[in-house]
Ligand binder design. Sequence first.
Ligand code: PLP
Length: 504
Amino acid sequence: MTEALQQADSQSKTGETLDPKNWDEMRALGHRMLDDMIDYVANIRDRPVWQPIPENVRARFDAELPRRASELADVYREFSDFIVPYATGNVHPGFMGWVHGGGTPVGMLAEMLAAGLNANLGGRDHIPIEVERQIVEWMRQLFGFPKGASGIFVTGTSMANLMAVLVARTTVLGRSVRQRGLGDDSALLTAYTSKAAHGCISKAMDIAGFGSDALRCIDVDSSHRIVLASLRERIALDRSAGRTPFLVVGSAGTVDIGAIDDLRALSSFCREEGLWFHVDGAFGALGMLAPELAARLAGIELADSIALDFHKWGQVPYDAGFLLVRDGDRHLDTFAAPAAYLRRESRGLAANSPWPCDLGPDLSRGFRALKTWFTLKTYGTERLGAVITRSCALARYLEARILAEPRLELMAPVQLNIVCFRYRADNPDQINGDVVADIQESGIAAPSTTLLAGQLAIRAAIVNHRTDIRDIDALLSAVLEFGARRSPGDLALPQLEHSPPLAM
Ligand SMILES: Cc1ncc(COP(=O)(O)O)c(C=O)c1O
C-alpha cells in the first residue's frame, strides 16, 4: 500500500468527515438554536435596539486562529453571549437608521434550508436556478419589462448599480471594450445623476474605470428631484465640448429623503438622446407592491435597467440585491465569458445555459433566491405592499407630530418613509449629532443622521415591518428628552442608563 492509500484507508475507517459522530446530539442542539432564534425574534422588543460593545467583548474577536476543535455547544454559547447582544439592531422595531429591513422568521428559516442544500447558483442544471429565474420572471412582470429581460441576485444595490454601469458601457462601446479595455475614447464618456443620488453611483463610475469626475451630479428641486432642464443643459454642454453622454441614473427613493425622480420624463428624455436609462430603486422600487405608491413610480417600466434590494422594504434577510435588465442580450454581452471548465452541454448537469455566471461577475453564488421566494410566496405581495404603505403612514404621523412640536423642526418634505428633522438649539449640528448617539446608546431607538443643505438632520427611515406608533412616540420622546439634556445651560448630562446586555 502506498502512503497515500494507507492514509485514505485509515481516514475512511475512522469516519473522519466533518459530520457529527452523534447526529442525535447535533439534532438536539440544532433544535435549541432554532428555538432560541425564534424566541429572539419573537421577543425582540424586550431588548435594547442596539448597545455599545464593551472592550472585553470586542477583544474576544482578536483571538488566534483556532487550530484545535471545540465543542459546538461551547461555540454556540459564545455566539449567544457575545454576538447576539451586540448585533446591528435592525430586527428591532425601534431601528430607523440608514435604510435597513427587519427580516422575518420566514426568511430566517429559508436561509437555514438554503444552507442545508448548499447550492451553488453560478450555473448548471438544478432547480435552485429555476427558483431564481422564477423571481426574475416575477420582477419582469412587476416592472412591466418585455420578454427577453434578464435579472440576477447580487449582494445589494451598490453592486447592481455597478453592474448596470458596466452594461451601459458595453452597450455604448461595444463588446470589444471587454478585450481592449477603456481606451482614450472612453475618457470622453459621461454619465448623469442627481445631487441627491446615492454615493455608490459615483463609486461605480470610479470602479468601472471612467472616474467619478465623469459622473455629472445635476441640481435637484426643493423635493430633491432631479431638475430636467439642468440635465438637458449639462448634456448639451458636454456634447458641444466633444463628450459622449451615455448613461442617466434616476432615483426611485433617494437615500436622504426618499425623493422619486420624474421617471417618465427621464425615460423619454433618454430615449430622445439615445442614453441608457438606469433606475436606482434600492428601496423605493418595491413601492410597486403598494398600489398608492406604484403610480408615483410611473416610467420605471421604461427603464433600461433597475437596481433594487429585497433586503430593505422587501424584508428579506440580508443580503438580497437584484438587477433587472430590459434587454437580456446586452446583459449577457457584458458578463458572459466562456471557459473550457465551464463548458455547456445540451444534457446532464452542465446543461441549462445561459447560467447566472453569464450575467454578473460572480461564479460561485449562494441561494439568495430561496429566502426571497419563501418571503414572496408566504406573505404574498399584497401583504408586503401593505407593510410598505404602513411605513409611509408612520412617516406621515411622525411628520405631523414634529410639525406640532415647537421644539422640533422638520428639515425636508416627507415623501415616502423617511423623516428628517432636528431639535432646535443654539448649536444644532453638535446637539443633534450628540442626541442621535445618546439615543442609540440608550437602546431606545436607532435613528441615523444626514446633512441637508449643510445642516445636520436626525434621520428616521421607517423600513422595518415591526415598527409601529409606539416606536415613533418613543423616538420623539427620546429626542425631546436628550435634546433638553444636551442644550446649553442645562444641568450636566446625567449618566445614561444602558439596558443590561441580554444573552440568549
Ligand atoms: C438609494 C440607494 N441606493 C443605493 C443604496 C445601496 O444599497 P446597498 O446597501 O444594498 O448596496 C442605498 C442604500 O441604502 C440606497 O438607499
